[in-house]
Ligand binder design. Structure first.
Ligand code: TYD
Length: 149
């Protein structure tokens, strides 16, 4: 039987979150806390850096994982695709986050030089949670649509 997404979601469920800032003459702080600014329990934190000009990251979806992405330095675009609709979000501020819900195909592109992409994830790294083939993604999203709607 076709593997399904644990929750059906659309690109419109992927929200931009304006994070609180503590301003100071000597610089600013933004803090991220479980179930407060981040709408899930954080189980993993990683960051992408030293991305060569013109390179793209992502190119996959997840069966269960949710992510929260912040351009803590520099800028990049996130292309979101739910199998029906597509949306491009430009991230370029350390106090703006993007919540990527379950079952969304994502591509990260147009990284500015020296940019750092912080990712908070709802699960530890598990290769079996990845959908790396776009065909498989389309099939899983068709399946989730018909069963969960
Ligand atoms: P991947 O998630 O495909 O990177 P991206 O979506 O940024 O392009 O991961 C690339 C490789 O890095 C993958 O083969 C395994 C490894 N990896 C880990 O070991 N742990 C992790 O937490 C992540 C995100 C990746």
């Amino acid at each position: 039987m076709m593997k399904q997404f644990t929750r059906r979601s659309s690109v419109y469920d992927c929200s931009i979150v304006h994070l609180d800032q503590v301003h100071d003459r000597a610089g600013n702080i933004t803090a991220l806390e479980n179930n407060k600014s981040i709408p899930f329990e954080i189980r993993r934190v990683y960051y992408l850096y030293d991305v060569p000009g013109g390179e793209e990251r992502g190119g996959h979806a997840h069966y269960d994982l949710q992510q929260f992405v912040v351009a803590v330095s520099g800028a990049f675009d996130v292309l979101l695709d739910d199998g029906t609709n597509k949306k491009i979000v430009h991230l370029d501020r350390p106090f703006i986050g993007l919540h990527i819900t379950t079952g969304i195909w994502r591509e990260l592109l147009n990284f500015s030089s020296g940019s750092v992409c912080l990712v908070l994830a709802s699960q530890r790294y598990q290769e079996h949670d990845y959908v790396r083939s776009y065909e498989e993604f389309k099939e899983a999203s068709r399946c989730s649509n018909s069963l969960n709607r």
